[in-house]
Design a protein around this ligand. Structure first.
Ligand code: GLY
Ligand code: MN
Ligand code: MN
Length: 438
């Protein structure tokens, strides 16, 4: 069994979900193929929840979990000699059931006919409510069909439940299989960042550095970035979602790279900021050291039992003190935090859950209170400062944008920084860049 789909892992997750839904029925479709233009499609990406429960990566598939029998049933594409000549291998129901440990599997065309039977006399249906208008309509049609059998004594489910919160809570706590894949996504992403640092120099273009990242991702078996890579030189770094990556790298400026690969569905998410010519200026170092200190304080605060906002607050205090020391803010740390004046220079939060989605699922608050960190959660820690030219900004700091982002697994002992292979220490960055490549 391959690393991509050890059937027992997915079976265990389905059983865990089934334990939470009583006699009800769960139904979950994977993502559709999406047209890019004319008859070309975007590279296919399965639905994260569907993949989490099945490991099955083909389009046109639906999984049904029957709470009363405990069975999991896959509906998928049939074998098709001609389509497989044109588009490639597909499992077909029989092999899919065997390979992915489903109790039954049927051709996807049979779903519409069979669903009313699965829904008969069940108290509730769980599915991703409101996620896809077509699927909502399909569920309502199935319910109508069951209701039409009332005079035969058959009852339709009287409750619709959103499946997403149940799966979000499961996905928030990464099991051993997920930790292995996240470590590998982080390792490949970190190696790509090292190569990008070594390839950067004045005169090259942002897209050339993007190519270094993408080459390493694909050559390592991670066929896609987890999100559009940000390769932002100079003032472009002050645009938080800069993805045009078209500018030339200039001597004396910084390069901010926010990029990570997707490995068997799991995301890496790393940001590093470094001098294009391999040497920080004094002003760049002054800002960099503040962001780094804030990141280190936030990571140190990543401990079981600490509330989600403890790392955020640890970072914010250091960032605000730093902005005061640089002369960019006036007054006390407390007053600047109170009136949020720092948001001119630091306008995002400290990070987000990471997993199958780069901004992964999982509630940040419970009953209105920031939840405590627990072992198995994975979060990014990514403070930054973005100093746009403008009123009261000394020329030496104008257009400096710096973010430092790592991926952190919370463990019983504290935490594991999954992305530590790429340096954040400014001297270590300069040393690495002195050995240029490519
Ligand atoms: N790369 C997306 C983020 O850092 O949130
Ligand atoms: Mn991030
Ligand atoms: Mn990022």
């Amino acid at each position: 069994m391959s690393i991509a789909h050890p059937a027992s892992v997915y079976l265990h997750r389905r059983q865990h979900l089934l334990q939470q839904v009583g006699d009800s029925v769960v139904v979950l479709a994977t993502a559709p193929e999406r047209q890019r233009n004319a008859d070309a499609h975007y590279p296919y990406r399965f639905d994260s929840n569907f993949y989490y429960l099945t490991g099955f990566t083909e389009p046109e598939a639906v999984v049904v979990l029957d709470g009363r029998t405990g069975k999991s049933i896959l509906f998928c594409r049939s074998k098709h000699e001609e389509r497989e000549i044109w588009d490639g291998f597909r499992y077909g129901p029989a092999a899919a059931a065997e390979e992915f440990s489903f109790d039954e599997a049927h051709p996807i065309e049979e779903l519409a006919n069979q669903m009313p039977t699965y829904l008969a006399d069940r108290p509730a249906i769980y599915y991703p409510l409101g996620q896809c208008a077509n699927f909502d309509k399909q569920v309502f049609d199935w319910l109508d069909q069951v209701r039409s059998k009332a005079r035969l004594g058959i009852q339709a489910p009287s409750q619709l439940h959103d499946l997403q919160p149940l799966l979000a809570e499961m996905r928030l706590f990464k099991d051993e299989h997920e930790r292995t894949l996240l470590r590998q996504a982080a390792r490949i992403s970190a190696q790509a960042h090292r190569l990008a640092m070594q390839a950067s120099r004045p005169g090259r273009y942002e897209y050339e550095i993007e190519a270094v990242l993408l080459h390493h991702f694909v050559a390592s078996g991670a066929r896609s970035p987890a999100y559009e890579s940000i390769v932002a030189s100079g003032k472009n770094a002050c645009v938080l979602h800069y993805v045009s990556n078209r500018d030339r790298l200039r001597d004396g400026e910084l390069l901010l790279i926010d990029a990570g690969c997707e490995y068997h569905g799991y995301a890496g998410d790393i940001t590093r900021t470094f001098p294009i010519n391999g040497r920080f200026t004094a002003a760049q170092r002054a800002v960099y050291d503040i962001v780094l200190a804030s990141q280190q304080a936030a990571i140190a605060a990543c401990q079981v039992g600490a509330s989600w906002d403890t790392p955020a607050n640890a970072a914010l205090t250091i960032l605000v003190q730093g902005l005061i020391d640089l002369g960019l803010l006036q007054g006390s740390v407390d007053s600047n935090i109170e009136n949020e004046s720092y948001k001119r220079f630091y306008m995002h939060r400290i990070g987000h859950w990471l997993g199958l989605d780069v901004h992964d699922v999982g509630a940040y608050k419970q009953q209105g209170v920031w939840r405590p960190l627990q072992a198995g959660m994975v979060t990014t820690i990514e403070p930054g400062l973005y100093i746009r030219a403008g009123d009261g900004v000394p020329a030496e700091f104008a257009n400096i944008g710096i973010r430092i982002e790592d991926d952190v697994l919370i463990t019983e002992q504290g935490h594991e920084v999954l992305t530590a292979e790429v340096p954040t220490d400014p001297v270590a960055i300069e040393t690495l860049m002195a050995t240029t490549k490519g």
